[in-house]
Design a protein around this ligand. Structure first.
Ligand code: SAM
Length: 390
């Protein structure tokens, strides 16, 4: 297959992490866009991207790209695709559309309908039967994007969102999504060789994703993908990529990845998640309040997502938690770099530390900042003091 344009979608703010990942995978023509990254890929790379990308939530392949004047042009462009390569008549289909500044298309529902008509007409002409529509669990999900006269039609290669690795046992109340956690970790520039700690780890998403990354475990090894059901799926190629990924996975790590939290329920979920991910030997979880936490290993990197009141409603003691976190970093993590996901500026002021970098990033619907702090080395046995409050 000749290379085609693809688009990997991610959470807003994590695009540079995804550019990094795709470049590392060897993708060509990698271009950062809003909410994702465009790149060129043959089938091998498209499968590899699904299997290995940690910060993406989906990978789509561009099937049609061009210009149109009206709905008939749209129909003709879609009907020019040899759809029997992409869907059997006994499979199901769903089309979603996003239309901007295209008066001839009236609304996105109408545009989606024209695409669906074109696909089923092509399949019916060849087989005498047509695929049916299933908006919830389609075999083939198409996404139409129209902006003015420009149209793009993608097929979704991933299926359910790539953040669903298959290791989280149950939906947790206030977790960080796995792909967001992985993207945030990549933005820190962590070397994957030095000790890492999340002192408010909740269900453990950051430590577990850090462990899987450091151990070179492919995030997609434990889940199915939409492309496995496609008529043009190459099972031999896929098996080869899976075998290679299984061989690469490291069983242990020569440094500590730690998580701590004061909440028993969260730690149970963290331990279950680590076990389900096969990472129980790569991460350690400790029950402790931040003001009493004594890390076994001084971390080089601290990453954490403290409560910001919007989701957990922990109320009054939030300010104390931030104060205690600031004190903990200065007293127990000399020389480390800390990255803190902040959804509330007022609260981060109570850390009593000055940021050295701020990256805007969405955490679900919440606009956050991924804040970097450099913690001073300890001087002659005295406790290190971070710079004055910002
Ligand atoms: C927003 S949640 C972290 C979510 C986590 N990133 C995840 O993926 O599940 C914040 C966590 O901080 C913990 N926490 C709050 N105050 C604490 C304190 N003083 N000491 C220790 N843990 C605390 C809560 O129990 C909660 O699990």
């Amino acid at each position: 297959m000749r290379p085609r344009r693809h688009f990997a979608a991610c959470t807003r703010g994590l695009e540079p992490a995804l550019v990094d990942e795709l470049t590392e995978l060897g993708a060509a023509h990698v271009t950062e866009r809003r909410g994702g990254v465009a790149f060129e890929a043959d089938k091998r790379l498209a499968y590899t991207a699904n299997l290995w990308l940690r910060s993406a939530i989906r990978v789509q392949e561009e099937l049609v790209g061009g210009r149109m004047r009206d709905a008939d042009d749209l129909y003709d462009a879609v009907a020019s695709v040899p759809w029997t390569r992409y869907i059997h008549p006994d499979q199901t289909l769903a089309v979603s559309a996003s239309v901007r500044d295209a008066p001839s298309l009236r609304h996105s529902g109408y545009a989606a309908l024209r695409v669906k008509d074109a696909v089923v007409d092509v399949v019916r002409a060849k087989h005498g039967r047509r695929p049916s529509v299933d908006t919830k669990f389609p075999d083939l999900a198409l996404k139409l994007v129209v902006h003015g006269s420009r149209l793009l039609l993608y097929r979704d290669l991933s299926g359910r969102s790539l953040h669903k690795r298959g290791w989280r046992p149950v939906q947790v109340k206030s977790p960080l999504n796995e792909a967001t956690a992985a993207g945030l970790l990549r933005l820190t520039g962590w070397d994957r060789e030095s000790p890492l700690l999340d002192p408010l780890c909740g269900s453990g998403t950051l430590p577990i994703e850090a462990a899987l990354w450091a151990a070179d475990r492919a995030p997609g090894l434990q889940r199915p993908f939409a492309f496995e059901q496609f008529p043009d799926h190459d099972e031999r190629l896929w098996e080869e990529l899976l075998d290679d990924a299984r061989r690469r996975a490291k069983p242990t790590l020569p440094f500590a990845i730690d998580g701590a939290d004061r909440h028993d329920g969260a730690l149970t979920l963290a331990a279950e998640g680590a076990r389900a991910a096969g990472a129980q030997d790569l991460v350690r979880f400790t029950r402790s309040d931040i003001h009493r936490l004594e890390p076994d290993t001084v971390p080089r990197l601290v990453v954490t997502n403290p409560p910001y009141g919007e989701r957990l409603g922990e109320g009054e003691d939030l300010i104390d938690t931030y104060r205690d976190l600031g004190k903990f970093l200065k007293a127990k993590c000399p020389g480390a770099t800390a990255w803190i996901l902040s959804g509330n500026r007022e609260l981060t002021k109570h850390l009593g530390m000055r940021t050295s970098r701020r990256v805007p990033v969405m955490n679900g619907p919440i606009e956050c900042r991924w804040l970097r702090y450099e913690i001073l080395e300890r001087r002659n046995g005295t406790s290190p003091t971070g710079p004055a409050s910002s």
